[in-house]
Ligand binder design. Structure first.
Ligand code: VOV
Length: 248
């Protein structure tokens, strides 16, 4: 049996993708639409408070294309909190005009492939900050789920720790060359959702997602062992931008 990688976990994550029911929204009265948007505003300020108290973080982005219209990415201390959050939103007026189209449950994860032997990573403030991150307010988001392949001679889970470490080092080097341009949040979802990881990228330049993901495709760990799900890409929202987006 190969040695399992050790993982460190931080906040639980829920990516909640919604579509707008435009016909219902247009049929609603002006007063109902206003009430729905006001209620969303109060949710957004509650979530800002959570972030200020460092008890979690929420990202709010539109999604381009027909897969969804917007996404909330919530990070919280427990799975119960995520559940409460989701249910509270489902009870809002705005939720009556949305259709849930996709969700992803995972937890912020760091693995020990790059760890310095003999050190306690939890004593490293950088590690602690990466496990419980304030999500960036970058202009763009990109999300997709992925697996490491387990097929015939291309089985990631049968490789030795050393082989995996070598490949992850090369992966990390490519990633690092995008430092300052892309922020990645890797969330583990084995046992939680249909894929093994969620990849969430943030950048002020959407084209950087394409460049980074393409460059990684040529790197062995992605070229040989990466299997990918559906990609979602979009633009930063806030209460005001959402109001504009929904104005009819
Ligand atoms: C800014 C880009 C960037 C950077 C710097 C970066 C670095 C690193 C490091 C140093 C490490 C290992 C230690 C840790 O931190 O866990 C990882 C780990 C991981 N990555 Fe990564 N990654 C990036 C970006 C990045 C992307 C774009 C993808 C998607 C791959 C693609 O082809 O589309 C990805 C995937 C992953 C995964 C699934 C893991 C966990 C693998 C496992 O088997 O456990 N990642 N990653």
């Amino acid at each position: 049996m190969s040695e399992a990688a050790q993982t460190l976990e931080g906040w639980y994550a829920l990516h909640d993708f919604r579509m707008i029911d435009w016909s219902a929204w247009k049929r609603a009265s002006e007063a109902d639409r206003e009430a729905a948007l006001d209620e969303l505003h109060s949710f957004l300020s509650v979530w800002t408070g959570v972030e200020e108290r460092k008890e979690g973080s929420t990202a709010f982005y539109s999604i381009v294309g027909q897969k969804a219209d917007f996404v909330f990415m919530h990070l919280r201390e427990t799975l119960e909190e995520l559940n409460e959050l989701e249910t509270a939103f489902n009870k809002t007026r705005l939720a009556e005009y949305t259709i849930p189209v996709y969700s992803y449950v995972s937890i912020v994860e760091l693995s020990n492939y790059m760890a310095q032997p003999g050190t306690d990573p939890m004593q490293n403030p950088e590690v602690a900050a990466r496990l419980k991150p304030a999500l960036p307010k970058s202009k763009h988001i990109c999300f997709y789920p992925m697996n490491k392949r387990r097929e015939g001679s291309d089985n990631w889970y049968m490789l030795s720790m050393d082989e995996r470490k070598t490949m992850m080092r090369s992966h990390g080097m490519i990633g690092r060359s995008y430092a300052g341009r892309v922020k990645q949040i890797i969330t583990g979802s084995v046992g939680f959702d249909d894929w093994e990881w969620g990849v969430t990228l943030f950048s002020d330049d959407a084209l950087t997602f394409k460049k980074l993901v393409y460059e990684m495709r040529f790197d062995e760990v992605s070229a040989r062992y990466g299997d990918f799900g559906t990609f979602y890409v979009g633009n930063l929202l806030d209460g005001e931008k959402f109001r504009t987006m929904l104005s009819v």
